[in-house]
Design a protein around this ligand. Sequence first.
Ligand code: ADP
Length: 206
Amino acid sequence: MAEPVLQLTDVVKNYGKTQALKGISLSVAPGEIVGLLGPNGAGKSTLFQLAGGLFAPDAGTVKVFGMNFRESASQILSRLGVMFQARAIDLDMTVEGNLKFHGALFGLHGRQLRERIEAAATLLEITDLLKRPVRTLSGGNQRRAEVARALLNNPDLLLMDEPSTGLDPTTRRMLVKHVQQVREQHNTSILWATHIVEEVADADRI
Ligand code: ADP
């Protein structure tokens, strides 16, 4: 079997007296879509923060692409796409401005950057919106712009923490469809956290 892109083993994370993760083990295979389903407070965001290297577990191990953050953070981050629960996109910049800035952080520039932006915008169907300030877009289109941004580095693993928060059911279905297309085109693994069962109905595993 191929090496997992994400491997959590017996992971524990406490916030003071609150035990947020109590010995969690989870692995995600290349190209696999895994839905992480649980009510508020279940520990999903905590798990994402560990998988994204924002902090280390109190016990257990977190490996991404077979590496750990302590030794190989930049190698991991170059192959990771992250979309947080809260909106994290500059509202005053255009969609294109946001994508260019984010791409530059990954060392993309010139023609390669333009091609990546074009490809991501096509996939998310936001090409017509590239010149618009993010603030003027609907919530659904802002989320699509965030997914496009998370794809610029052609990530091998996409972490999406409740990406459909605040979206109506139709837009939510669009987002699910787009994410499945990303997997089909790039064999990207996706970990999708949600408390909405329908959203992850087509995941390979829940
Ligand atoms: P979910 O994303 O599933 O809603 P979280 O990971 O946000 O769950 O939270 C898991 C538990 O940890 C909850 O009991 C929450 O109150 C607690 N928690 C989360 N973040 C913090 C924090 N920064 N400080 C203290 N407690 C926290």
